[in-house]
Design a binder for this molecule. Structure first.
Ligand code: NAD
Length: 483
């Protein structure tokens, strides 16, 4: 949809800023008004469509995504920078979620329970909230929008989505697929523009019944405050400072594989990135040496080129944040083990590249061990025991993901119980969630909701409990129970 103002903005490739990926409407508050009005008008018709039919439209969308996977993945690497194998994974996650929620068209299970009174029937059913306002980040340009859109749609909500300004193309692609699959006009509406110009009016709009936000904890707090006065449903997925714990009995080859993938996959720009690694002192020297060797061998470049392991930062501002944290860590006397510089010249000249960077001998109190960098920087923290690793792990403000490498089942189960995170892995890194288990975090990572799986339906629905009395006379609950 064009902006009322007629204004547009360009989106450029972070690996090569000479390439314009697309031109998009620079929407403003008046466009939000139009989009919400369209969603509100479409809502009564969409909720009246039988849920299995809504599911069938999603199923067709998933089938189209499967066919277009390669083309859409390439678009995503051009707009977001992560390597093609990872953008294929991002699109696959959208496919998985779309199939999963298509199935919910025929489930959406409620409850029936016996009544305490004779000749009375009771059940609970889900109902949609109305218009869902979705605000998404740039690091999973299609997966995250699909995590929100598909459960919202299958329940009968209509949607207004505002993607991050760095990655609108993937959501344009997703919306086109839904339209092609037969989604009626007005059911999904997209506004492309900045947080202040579009995100703010969307989350404050009185006709938006539920806001689902994924992004930084700072902006999430604003969303929460904006939703509070009207008691608007508000779902927040925010930052992380995830830890891998490597015990002295761990298989180090496996742990190093996990650290490299968890720390530098998506250029460290994952909410679940393994940005801290607590390593038992007995194996610390060997682990650190192997981790550094593998990291130095990573090939950084344009994610569309074969053989590239790690792409650029999303934009210059994110790269500056990485540089800022490198300086902070040096100032804190963390030991720079490798990396630490932006990459310039040659194939890197026109992109926002930065070396994969490891700091060693970090203490848990250092900012590099506590704050989310959201870039290719990992802090390695030596520890004496499992207990200390768990204490370090739980000591930060976030609670998204954690993992342990050990061959000892007792240690694995202890860590599984003690880590206060929404996601936990054993002998795998902190990344790798699948769509059919709940996704989200504790503390400053989330506000108690979960995405994915059936839990996602809770965000976009309300429960209605229904009592049907066929006794033909007044029966009073808790009173006429025959005692
Ligand atoms: P961000 O908070 O800057 O932006 C997220 C979205 O909010 C964007 O669409 C942005 O335009 C919008 N926005 C910005 N200011 C706004 C305002 N005042 N009102 C309304 N909307 C506003 O985050 P980002 O840089 O896009 O993404 C990185 C962050 O997202 C990291 O902190 C990362 O951990 C987090 N993240 C979390 C998860 C999760 O599931 N927990 C997943 C991915 C990313």
């Amino acid at each position: 949809m064009d902006a009322v103002s007629g204004r547009t903005f360009e989106n450029r490739n972070p690996a090569d800023t000479r390439e314009v990926v697309g031109t998009f409407a620079e929407s403003g508050p008046e466009d939000v008004q139009r989009a919400v009005a369209a969603a509100r008008d479409a809502f009564p018709r969409w909720r009246a469509v039988a849920a299995p039919k809504r599911g069938e439209i999603l199923f067709r969308a998933a089938e189209i995504l499967v066919k277009r996977k390669e083309e859409i993945s390439r678009d995503m690497t051009r707009e977001m920078g992560k390597v093609l194998a990872e953008t294929r994974g991002d699109v696959q996650e959208a496919i998985d979620m779309t199939y999963y929620m298509a199935g919910e068209g025929r489930r959406q299970f409620g409850q029936t329970t016996p009544s305490e009174l004779p000749d009375k029937f009771q059940m609970s059913v889900r109902m949609p909230v109305g218009v869902a306002g979705l605000i998404t980040p740039w690091n999973f340009p299609m997966a995250i929008p699909s995590w929100k859109m598909m459960p919202a749609l299958v329940l009968g909500n209509t949607v207004v989505i505002k993607p991050a300004t760095d990655t609108p193309l993937s959501v344009v692609n997703l919306v086109k697929v839904l339209e092609e699959a037969g989604l009626p006009a007005g059911v999904v509406n997209m506004v492309t523009g900045g947080g202040a110009e579009v995100g703010e009016p969307l989350m404050r709009h009185q006709d938006v019944g539920v806001v689902s936000f994924t992004g930084s904890t700072g902006v999430g707090r604003k969303v929460s405050e904006a939703c509070a006065p009207a008691f608007k449903h508000c779902h927040l997925e925010m930052g992380g400072k995830n830890i891998i714990m490597v015990m002295d009995d761990a298989r180090l080859d496996l742990a190093v594989d996990g650290a490299v993938w968890g720390g530098f996959g998506t250029t460290g720009q994952r909410c679940t990135a393994a940005s801290r690694i607590a390593v038992h002192k007995k194996v610390y020297p060997e682990f650190a040496a192997r981790f550094v060797e593998r990291t130095k061998a990573l090939r950084v470049g344009n994610g569309l080129e074969p053989g590239i392991d790690m792409g650029p930062c999303i934009n210059e501002s994110q790269r500056r944040t990485v540089e800022k944290y490198v300086e902070i860590a040096k100032g804190e006397r963390a030991k720079l083990l490798c990396g630490g510089h932006r990459l310039e010249g040659g194939a890197w000249t026109h992109g926002f590249f930065h070396e994969p960077t490891i700091f060693g001998d970090c203490s848990p109190a250092m900012r590099i061990s506590r704050e989310e960098v959201f870039g290719p920087v990992v802090a390695v923290i030596p520890v004496d025991s499992l207990e200390e690793a768990i204490e370090v792990g739980n000591s930060v403000e976030y609670g998204l993901s954690a993992s342990i490498y050990t061959q000892d089942i007792n240690k694995a189960f202890t860590a599984m119980r003690e880590m206060y995170t929404g996601i936990f892995y054993v002998n795998a890194p902190t990344i790798g969630a699948e769509t059919h288990l709940p996704f989200g975090g504790t503390k400053n990572t989330g506000n108690g909701h979960r995405e994915a799986c059936v839990q996602a339906l809770e965000v976009f629905g309300e429960w209605k409990s229904i009592y049907i009395d066929y006794s033909g006379h007044l029966q009073r609950a808790q009173i006429d129970t025959g005692e």
